[in-house]
Design a protein around this ligand. Structure first.
Ligand SMILES: [Zn+2]
Length: 1080
């Protein structure tokens, strides 16, 4: 590659050859904190410095603001109400379930659209139903001699398995429990001929409620012999379809649409052999008692597991963890890198998260880092140690991610810690065969009788082999005590801007067409409801009641006091009224094609939507194309043209009104989420409008230059995003609680939600594309602990009306040396958390403060490393290998649209970027921060991936510098939501003809946004690469083919963050600046 020509032309040159140069805009000049970096640590500097902002603040929900919304009844207030909440809040007419041995059926529910894994046929007990009229005998307790004195090596007598799926199936002739009365609005306005909304049918788990205790199986059970506590037959291990393997990182082999390479372990895999540490825990002896592990306890288990800890030890895991030697594990992570000398610091493949230093068998079942990861994979023992490291401590979550494998358990007794309500998980310890010790609060709990039976292996007496103890990610179908009311149906309301401006963009046709195409794919069941509102200066409702010959439009022109003109026929059952819905969608674009109405009453339209959905909960999808101008919530333009020229301090990052936040909180309190699609080239005050989605757990989509004719690439992106949006999984009336081991404390949340109580996030809707982050501190020393755990539990109602709980548990070691903390640092997670913290700082203090804090984060952590970890001082800017990308990522954030100070950043684009930083899952967030750059004209099959019989080239990632570009080549840049294919002026003509289908450089169209499907190897390779990049993410990146003369060239060049730019340092200059600060 010869970079000279292009570099010279751009005046930037090689970033390393420039040396220090003047800083035209004085990026750091006003940075007093920088000159004297605070030694209080970045956490403090971001969270405590600066005065509180005046007025409403869109970013402070994460900080435990008291809720104006009345808290829900207590049984809702936790992801998991304590058992007593059942009796405290009985549902009307519902008889509490008898305290009966719960069913314990276990099944695997493939996620929609995901290829189910090969699964062993379920045990026959699954399909067995009790015989009508047969009264089952009472439960025979297991022989007491077995349960009280389990003797290893002694074959217990065959024990009748505890009642299993029997109680799950309603018996014929048994009346299901009465359903809670429907919301009053239904019954108060009965209309002749109007079908009352369908009463939520009881979910399947309800059907068990009135069941009497059932038990030992009738004769049909006799065929099922419970497996005694004994070595499983060899053939038993054949149940496992896939051998356990650590999740591949960075390589995509899974069938998921964009799931990246790491996949959850197959459901049954862990039944092969429980982790040695857990086995050890299970058979841990009481003082004075020695229990031998069962015969199948792997004789090859490492010696470190054979040590028996005295019961009651603070750390049951200590034998295994004590043997871990961090020094021997981390030479590479702690390798000293002089950043000023080592130029090629990007790894050849994807940047992968560090692997926690846990015993291999624990790590093997640890939570997938794409779902749950921590900025520090080794947790400091004390806050003092954390302060010394000057690295942020926090968690990054993608809790509802689409998974190709998800074990699902149906149980009426979900086993949880009686003290802290933690769900039993792979990292608990069994102090003996009948008791388990919570890994969060350390309480010893009894193992319930029914948990002794394993529905997967159909064996008895091995609770450590239950799926709950074998999977760090698992989903439960919740019993009735997790419901305050019958699970809501899927309810979708579309609120559409039909002003002249909106119609002119042509978006309405796309939305209606996309809905028509995907109507049958909306997640839901026979109860699904749908409705439509359109608005300009008035609000239009649509009566879609069954029996009408065509939809009726009802116009409400009094937008100051919005009412629902026909409350019972505006939200209709989708399957019953589908034809009318289709008629409406077909006719809607034409109805407003000649409108001259320019006003926008978005606020009143949202109020109407809230009124319509508040009885049930559901999702409002709002499409808006301009600043709201009339009615409540009207806004004025706040973007000052002059501000763009010297934007050191950006104004108006705070909302102009609290109307949207307040309405969002009302929505959240009624389980209504609002998703905002903003399609506008004009300023729309996203910092105000976005509050409606932020606080109701919605999503924000932004298409800044949308026009159907003028920007076909945006139209394609909008269409693809809509399809994903309409058909992706959705969870309703959700709450998420994150727990962590005693001593750790969560103090700040990032993402779209409302904080209902200290650690409970209210999510009116949850979608699979939402990410969250939390910050933590160490309140009590973790001195006696070898490991700590984090558990996120997401309780939600599926679109099919099932109440479900998805639980993720992450286990991490505790360390007591700074070098171990640094060795476990996860540079991408740190960057993502810092980005969220900096967004908060921009809003509560100022953009300049946020930028200073980011720079200080790099200075502080590298200073700490230099002074406290390095034993031999040497010149240069030194970083441990695991953090060598930190200064680069920090610089990338400073040049990110959210935080940059350049003249060209529109306010809405900046605010949208801030929203994205706070709510995107980490892999997508990192792409927007540090794009991938690849040479595209010499792709080969060498090292390529094979995905579904396709060959995907894997070119090496290049540094983001013009120095890496070459005029005689072509380069692909992946910025997350946009891909650029840059064509050099002297690019090989073969590439031009075989990939672009043009004869010469001059013939490359200036606005080319897709590649022709040519029948050449070169064309296939690059299209395969682009398709693969696209399908791995939940949004559709547009492609721009650009050359020197293209209007988008400047945009492309802005992503070359290692180069000097108009307003920011080059990477090399930035490193020199850091070095200067660290060494002074
Ligand atoms: Zn506990």
């Amino acid at each position: 590659m010869s970079g000279g020509g292009y570099a010279a032309q751009n005046g930037a040159g090689g970033s390393y050859t420039n040396g220090p140069s003047q800083n035209p805009v004085g990026v750091y000049s006003s940075n007093q904190g920088l000159m004297a970096p605070p030694l209080t640590g970045f956490m403090n500097s971001l969270t405590t410095k600066g005065p509180p902002p005046p007025g409403p603040n869109p970013y402070i929900t994460g900080r435990h603001q008291p809720s104006p919304v009345a808290p829900p009844p207590s049984s809702w207030s936790g992801v998991a109400p304590p058992p007593s909440s059942y009796s405290q809040h009985p549902q009307p007419g519902v008889t509490p379930p008898p305290v009966a041995p719960p069913p314990s059926s276990y099944s695997q529910h493939p996620q929609p659209g995901v290829m189910p894994p090969p699964v062993a046929p379920p045990p026959s007990s699954y399909s067995q139903h009790p015989q009508p009229g047969v009264t089952p005998p009472p439960v025979a307790p297991p022989p007491s001699s077995y349960s009280q004195h389990p003797q290893p090596g002694v074959m217990p007598p065959p024990v009748a398995p505890p009642p299993s799926s029997y109680s799950q199936h309603p018996q014929p002739g048994v009346t299901p429990p009465p359903v809670a009365p429907p919301p009053s609005s239904y019954s108060q306005h009965p209309q002749p001929g109007v079908m009352p909304p369908p009463v939520a049918p009881p979910p399947s788990s309800w059907s068990g409620i009135t069941q009497a205790p059932v038990a030992p199986p009738p004769s049909s059970w006799s065929g099922v012999t419970p497996t005694p506590v004994a070595p499983p037959p060899r053939s038993w291990s054949g149940v496992t379809s896939t051998p356990v393997a650590p999740p591949p990182v960075g390589n995509h082999t899974g069938p998921g649409p964009y799931s990246t390479g790491t996949r959850l372990p197959p459901v049954f895999q862990n039944t092969m052999q429980p982790p040695a540490a857990l086995q050890q825990g299970l058979y841990q002896a009481q003082p004075g008692q020695m229990i031998r592990p069962p015969a199948y306890h792997s004789p090859s288990a490492p010696a470190l597991y054979t040590q028996v800890q005295p019961s009651g030890s603070a750390a049951q895991l200590s034998p295994s963890l004590a043997a871990m030697s961090l020094q021997s594990q981390t030479p590479e992570a702690l390798r000293v890198v002089n950043l000023l000398q080592e130029r090629n610091i990007l790894p050849s493949g994807a940047v992968t998260p560090p692997t926690p230093c846990l015993p291999q068998d624990l790590q093997k079942i640890n939570c997938c880092p794409e779902v749950f990861r921590c900025t520090l994979t080794s947790i400091p023992q004390t806050q003092a140690l954390l302060n010394k490291a000057k690295l942020p401590l926090g968690l990054l979550l993608h809790p509802f991610k689409d998974l190709s494998q998800l074990p699902v358990v149906t149980s009426s007794n979900i086993v949880r810690c009686r003290s802290c309500r933690t769900y039993i998980n792979p990292f608990v310890t069994f102090v003996d065969a009948r008791r388990w010790k919570c890994n969060l609060c350390h309480r010893v709990n009894d193992v319930p009788e029914e948990f002794m039976y394993n529905p997967v292996s159909r064996s008895y007496g091995a609770p450590h082999k239950r799926p709950e103890v074998q999977n760090a990610t698992i989903e439960f179908i919740a019993p009735s005590e997790y419901m305050l009311r019958p699970p809501q149906p899927a309810v979708y309301l579309f609120v559409l801007d039909v002003s002249h401006n909106a119609v002119e963009t042509g978006y309405l046709d796309v939305v209606c067409q996309s809905l028509l195409e995907n109507l049958d794919s909306l997640p839901g069941d026979s109860r699904t409801k749908i409705g439509f509102i359109t608005f300009d200066s008035t609000i239009h409702f649509y009566n879609l009641q069954e029996g009408l010959s065509q939809p009726q439009m009802l116009i409400v022109s009094d937008i100051d006091d919005v009412f629902l003109p026909s409350p019972d026929s505006l939200l209709v059952n989708l399957s019953e009224c589908k034809e009318l819905v289709q008629d409406l969608l077909t006719g809607l674009p034409q109805m407003f094609s000649s409108t001259m109405e320019t006003q926008s009453g978005l606020g009143p339209a949202l109020q109407a939507g809230f009124k319509l959905l508040s009885p049930t909960g559901g999702r409002i999808s709002v499409f808006q194309t301009q600043l709201p101008t009339v009615g409540i919530g009207a806004l004025k333009p706040r973007e000052e043209p002059g501000q763009k020229a010297h934007a050191k301090e950006v104004q108006h990052l705070n909302p102009a009104t609290d109307f949207y936040k307040k309405l969002a909180l009302d929505c959240s309190g009624h389980h209504v989420a609002v998703d905002l699609f903003l399609l506008s080239a004009q300023y729309c005050d996203l910092s105000s409008l976005g509050c409606i989605s932020r606080y109701s757990a919605g999503s924000v989509y932004y298409y800044p230059s949308y026009h159907r004719q003028r920007s076909p690439a945006q139209t394609e992106r909008f269409q693809r995003d809509l399809k994903r949006y309409l058909t992706r999984k959705i969870g309703f009336e959700a709450v998420m609680r994150i727990r962590c081991t005693k001593g750790l404390s969560i103090h700040t949340f990032h993402g779209n939600f409302f904080v209902r109580s200290t650690d409970l996030l209210s999510l009116a809707n949850v979608n699979p594309d939402a990410g969250f982050a939390v910050q933590m501190s160490i309140e009590e020393n973790l001195l006696d602990l070898q490991a700590v755990s984090f558990q996120a539990a997401l309780l939600y109602t599926s679109s099919k009306g099932e109440r479900r709980i998805r639980v993720h548990t992450l286990c991490l070691p505790v360390v007591n040396s700074l070098s171990d903390i640094f060795a476990g640092a996860d540079v991408q997670a740190i960057t993502a958390l810092l980005a969220s913290m900096a967004v908060d700082r921009s809003v509560t203090a100022s953009l300049g403060d946020a930028r200073d804090a980011l720079i200080n984060a790099a200075i502080d952590s590298l200073s700490s490393y230099r002074s406290s970890v390095l034993s031999v001082q040497q010149p240069g800017l030194l970083a441990p290998a695991c953090l060598r990308l930190l200064p680069l990522y920090i610089l990338a954030l400073l040049k990110h649209r959210a935080f940059r100070t350049s003249a060209s950043t529109r306010l809405d684009e900046r605010v949208f970027s801030m929203f994205q930083l706070k709510s995107q899952p980490l892999p997508f967030l990192m792409l927007t921060v540090h794009p991938g750059l690849y040479r595209a004209d010499d792709l080969s099959d060498e090292g390529a991936l094979n995905v579904s019989e396709r060959t995907i080239p894997q070119p090496r990632a290049l540094q983001l510098s013009v120095e890496k570009l070459s005029r005689d080549a072509a380069f692909l840049m992946d910025c997350g939501t946009v891909l650029y294919l840059w064509i050099g002026r002297n690019c090989n003509p073969v590439f031009l003809t075989q990939v672009l289908g043009v004869e010469s450089y001059a013939a490359v169209p200036l606005n080319m946004d897709q590649l022709p499907e040519l029948d050449t190897a070169e064309s296939s390779r690059i299209r395969a690469l682009i398709d693969w990049l696209r399908e791995r993410r939940p949004f559709h990146p547009v492609l721009h083919v650009i050359r020197d003369e293209s209007p988008l060239k400047a945009e492309f060049l802005q992503y070359l963050i290692e180069d000097l730019s108009e307003s920011a340092l080059s990477y090399y200059e930035f490193l020199l600046h850091l070095q200067q600060q660290i060494c002074k």
